[in-house]
Write a protein that binds this ligand. Sequence first.
Ligand code: IMP
Ligand code: MG
Length: 332
Amino acid sequence: MPCTVIAGGFWGDEGKGKIISYLALKDKPDLCVRTGSVNAAHTIWHQGKRYALHMVPGGFVYEKCRLLIAAGANVHVTQFFKEVEETKVQNRIGIDNQASIIEEKHSSQDKTSAHLKGLGTTGWGVGPAIEERVRRTAKTAKDVPELQPYLADVAKETNEAINAYKKVILEGTQGLLLSLFHGTYPYVTSRDTSASAICSEVGVGPTRIDEVMVVLKSFITRVGTGPLPGEISKEEAMRRGWFETAAGTGRERRSAPFNFELAKKAVMINGATQTALTKLDCVYSECKGAKDYEKLSKEAREFVKEIEKQTGTLVTLIGTGPEALDIIDRRK
Ligand code: IMP
Ligand code: MG
């Protein structure tokens, strides 16, 4: 693994949290660095407990992993402390000095702006917080007294870890199609969500990355407004077992069948070296809990092969259930 970037391929909620928690338990990374902001929730099932993390990196499940929040990230102080308490990571989490702060006023601005409401934002206030950062009036982590014990130079720590051949995960949030640059503009979030942007938020150059893993779900979901090719009705989604609600906001997710053109775009723009496919059991129920590729049904294997053929990447991890270890691992 040495330095691996994990990026979402669709509209977020592909199951990055699950993939990261698996890698953390299996590969025992030294460092896991989170990017993005509080609008994204990563769902992790660990030892029978469900976590929906908006701030703490998913690598927390491996108790020796150092956890960092990147300079390009955006920190919600109350949510940070709530999750630090819940995950008990006080002694191993750090925030970059220059990460910007998202405040209550940003959330009110987000919820009352007619324009932002029309986009169906999460209401956390990330757009207004980023606007302030661009105006260079935002507070940063080093301005907040309660955060002093957690301050870190994340770019330096991460680059030094890579120099020392340690194992590093850079954790992306949301997905390519919510990217401010490459997504379904204007129905997008307030940042670029691609692998390059993940590196940039952390402060790691593109030559330092060994693997880019794009996470694709076996069907597609999106919350909020904006196009969703092949969208099916809620009734049909329930019938197929695809109906989901958002981990963070509780909103109903819209859904559609897997889309090869979108998968190809995600692999191309992220420069993916491999692909992780989640929720295969939601499309092929006979695959639930499988740990062995050969045990998958013929149809499920055909689907995986088609993804490999069309995207030109190997599907190395396949999710077959919610727990971190419900995975078929085809890596060498
Ligand atoms: P904002 O990021 O809250 O400004 O919302 C902009 C768009 O991105 C809306 O369509 C949101 O539903 C979507 N969005 C933001 N974060 C996530 C996420 O973590 N998962 C899925 N959709 C998200
Ligand atoms: Mg999510």
